[in-house]
Design a protein around this ligand. Sequence first.
Ligand SMILES: Cc1ncc(C[n+]2csc(CCOP(=O)(O)OP(=O)(O)O)c2C)c(N)n1
Ligand code: SF4
Length: 252
Amino acid sequence: MSTTNVERVLFERPQSLVALPFPYCPGCSHGIINRLVAEVVDSLGISERVVGVTSIGCSVRCWKHFTYDMVQAAHGRAPAVATGLRRVMPDRIIFTYQGDGDLAAIGTAEALHSAARGERITIFFVNNAIYGATGGQMAPTTLLGQKTSSSPYGRDPVAAGFPIRVAELLATLPAPGYIARVGVFDAANVNRARRAVQRAFEVQMEGKGFSLVEFLASCPTNLKMDPVKANEWVQKELQQYFPLGQFKSPEE
Ligand SMILES: Cc1ncc(C[n+]2csc(CCOP(=O)(O)OP(=O)(O)O)c2C)c(N)n1
Ligand code: SF4
């Protein structure tokens, strides 16, 4: 009696992800999010048309992990660079990849105005509630009472204001086509996040304007927690202030 060995591939590197180990700390969400972007680019078959723009922070390191064209902008300026690329290359699919210090502090104007113009670009916004690359200072998304290296007694709203809900803020504008907030803290949410990344690219490709996906993310190093505890903190604490959901879609 003969037996047939059927090989099933359960897990493999996306084609548009370079065969290099990620440089991020153990438990950092950037690796998962980089991978999701690469998976969706592969499944949509758009790797020849995609251009990514990074700016500054741990987020910038993704540029050498994607096989497609990547451009590096100054801190916070990725949406402005993406706008320039859009104007000269109308057939390309353009995304930015930005942290919360980058997008919601130094780069607030660029993100807000590209959304207000309905610029046909996609922003992947990684909200880990802290400045990762520079040693864990307070970000615009740091929770009230959260201790950081620049708020050692916890964020005080009188001195530092309230955390900014970027997805909800940009969803008040008429022009954006798609805005969602997702988590990557468990398998079910990673799958939902993948669908959001895909929808964001599709909205751009269908000519329906600006799209943004905000990811609730974990920075165990600066939260000073192990990866499991940091993930739980994102799921329990961060998610409470930043609810997951779709805030804008072309179907509305
Ligand atoms: C003009 C300018 N100002 C300040 C800095 C210092 N700086 C580098 S990364 C960063 C914050 C990055 O934090 P975030 O965007 O949250 O990204 P993460 O590292 O968490 O991915 C800052 C303030 C800089 N490089 N350039
Ligand atoms: S410092 Fe934080 S954001 Fe940067 S790689 Fe490490 S865990 Fe990730």
